[in-house]
Design a protein around this ligand. Sequence first.
Ligand SMILES: [Fe+2]
Length: 293
Amino acid sequence: MTYPVNMTIKPDVEAFFDEATNTISYIVKDPTSNACAIIDSVMDIDYAAGRITYEHADELIARIEECGCELQWIIETHVHADHLSAAPYIQEKLGGKIGVGAKIMVVQDTFGKIFNEGTEFQRDGSQFDKLFEDGDTYKIGNMDAFAIYTPGHTPACMTHVIGNAAFVGDTLFMPDGGSARADFPGGDAGTLYDSIQKVLSLPDDMRLFMCHDYGPNGRDIQWETTVAEEKAHNIHVGAGKTREEFIKFRTERDAQLAMPRLIIPSLQVNMRAGEIPTDKDGKPMLKVPVNML
Ligand SMILES: [Fe+2]
């Protein structure tokens, strides 16, 4: 397979684990310049109190300021259902373009209906600075990066390949964690399997970085593996598991999973590129649709 970019560059990747949501945010830096990108930032929320804060995002910002780096991109691998993005807060402090998969429009349409958003809620992705299509290339300093369309967990999921590192979002988990659920509106287990195959067709030594880890069986939290490791050992798709086996397993498993604790605030905020929705008087306000999810 040929790819549109140079995948021999080794970006500096720094991971920031968010204990409240088991999310890993990344700063990805070009080793030959000051340019960097953030992948999947997290805003802190005390949902019971309706209170948001930015400790996790401030950690990323402090790190970038400390290294004197220039933030060029703030990338969301997808519209997360388990944590809120801090992208606009970070952009206000450091600049950078907020990017997401172009199929965000499908997600906005689906959840625009579920949350009964009015016509003022644009469903054209215009809240974001960049909508990535499959195969789109972009630069972080001198580094080449490109986006691969990897739907299934959600309709707008993208994997971002930056030099020899790929940020897989919620397509894959660590080999002992398997894969993400595929039962949210617009998700599909067969599509997820096909997307995972795209990731696993990257070079064997490609470094893979996860968006989540839950430390299965009591092991310490981890976030980095390789294509070769996933192909050999992933408990859901590795060692030659078939598409049919995966769909059966994934569908049965998903039927037993509860909704993520933060799905309701997460979707409302993340489909707006991380902005908190406002009520008719312009006050920040979240809704709870009843019996809709
Ligand atoms: Fe997700």
